[in-house]
Design a protein around this ligand. Structure first.
Ligand code: SF4
Length: 271
């Protein structure tokens, strides 16, 4: 190892050793396929962070945030989740602890893949993510961040990110406009050159697509970086909604993203 590489490694280890606050983790799992967006089908491991600044009605990971009566009432099921649940609840972990868990799933020191940092809303913990991402990039991994696009990336995080999968929320999510739509943040993500934008279309897709068109125009998003993703937590619904929306999607120059993990495994939270 060169002197420079050794110094770099020491810096990473010292940052992992506790001077940085721990990450709030919900789940670490894989290998699996990226289910959604432009990287759908690619081999990856998932690090799912706990906590979100949105309250989407149809959220498929409500266990990362619906832990009070008030937030549970905003979900489709109305179910309140246990923050201390050992499988899906909040686990404070250092970067080293996260890396150890990833090592148990995959030979991450020698076999680079994609590490998807998902949530919840990962951008709420972007400072804490830096030491973890430094090590993952040093081992050659791609780091993909999944975000609703309401928090702009800090330069120190952005330097470590390979791709942003940005999923701005529409009116059907049940979030207030001022909470879910931050054009200046979407512009900042667009300008990184690393962002793909993915919008959920429900069965009643026409108002959804009208809202997508408005955001695409407002933020001057390139249509070829935009994907429409049919909602559906089972394969039948996902395909049926895709068939409804596909022609209008293609006319606009947008792509279509199935929910690959749903087609394969329905709503299994561990895949
Ligand atoms: S932003 Fe994502 S994780 Fe947060 S509530 Fe909405 S769908 Fe769920």
């Amino acid at each position: 190892m060169s002197t420079l590489a050794a110094v770099y490694q020491l810096q990473i280890l010292s940052r992992q050793s506790g001077r940085f606050p721990k990450l709030k983790i919900s789940q670490i799992f894989g290998p699996t396929v990226q289910g959604e967006g432009s990287a759908a089908g690619r081999h990856c491991l998932f690090v799912r962070l706990f906590g979100c600044n949105q309250v989407c009605f149809w959220c498929d990971t409500p266990y990362t945030w619906a832990v009070t009566d008030e937030t549970a009432a905003r979900t489709r099921s109305g179910q309140r989740y246990d923050r201390d649940d050992p499988a899906y609840g909040l686990k404070p972990m250092s970067a080293t602890e996260v890396l150890d868990e990833l090592k148990a799933l995959w030979d991450i020191e020698n076999r680079p893949t994609i590490i998807v940092i998902s949530g919840g809303e990962p951008m709420m913990q972007q400072r804490e993510l830096v030491p973890l991402l430094e090590q993952l990039r040093a081992w050659g991994h791609e780091v993909h961040i999944e975000t609703a696009g309401t928090i702009a990336p800090l330069p120190e995080l952005d330097a470590l990110v390979t791709q942003y999968n940005v999923s701005p929320k529409l009116g059907t999510s049940g979030n207030r406009l001022a909470t879910r739509y931050k054009p200046e943040v979407l512009t900042a993500l667009r300008d990184t050159g690393k962002a793909w934008f993915k919008f959920v279309a429900t069965e009643d897709w026409e108002p959804d697509l009208a809202e997508v068109d408005q955001m695409v125009t407002d933020v001057a998003l390139a249509p070829q970086r935009v994907m429409v993703m049919p909602e559906g937590s089972d394969s039948k619904t996902n395909v049926a909604t895709a068939q409804k929306v596909v022609d209008a999607t293609l006319e606009r120059g947008y792509g279509l993203s199935f929910r690959t993990h749903v087609l394969l495994w329905n709503d299994d939270p561990d895949r």
